[in-house]
Design a protein around this ligand. Sequence first.
Ligand code: UDP
Length: 192
Amino acid sequence: MLKQYFENLYTGSQPEFFKRASLAMDQEEKLFVVTANPETMMIGVQDQDLDAVLCKPSTVIVPDGIGVVKGAQSLGIETQGRVTGVELAAHLIRHAGETNRSIYLYGAKEEVLQALVSRIQREHPGAVIAGCRNGYGQDDDEVFEEILRLKPDVILVALGIPRQELLIDRWLPRFSKGIFVGVGGSFDVLSG
Ligand code: UDP
């Protein structure tokens, strides 16, 4: 339920969250981040499966949209501002580049995906692209079987809400490490 989502809400600053995510990557932890906007929460209220994901204590929800920051405020929860999906994805790619970690990219159109892969290879040559698949006409489970086999350090899933969250949540128990983030339309932004 809506109120419970706010119990999982990260209330610190974006730079602090980036530090936490970097550390989790360095220490090969498992972390699932939901970058939430008001739409995420409204879908959660109506969709039992997304509701369960958002209520799980292990799910970390960050306030991507200003509406979530304001919603928290109205419940008396002070946050230190937004943590956006686009900037989080950019940070994880940067940190992977600095520490030679691997990334798997799933989602968006093929040309967007290829443009993003080229950009990562050009700007963050230390990052290893473990694999990538566009988000159209794929069998989600087949893709995740590949991800499980490759054991990347960062898994960015850009399929939109709630498909990306439900997919990550369903497969998460089978992984022992990885920073998993549902990043929505971020590949479209970061590829340009
Ligand atoms: N997408 C996809 N497969 C689909 C539907 C969408 O890969 O079947 C991608 C789409 O290309 C876009 C992302 O999912 O890159 C969703 O972006 P949108 O802005 O709709 O999501 P939001 O950020 O609102 O969750």
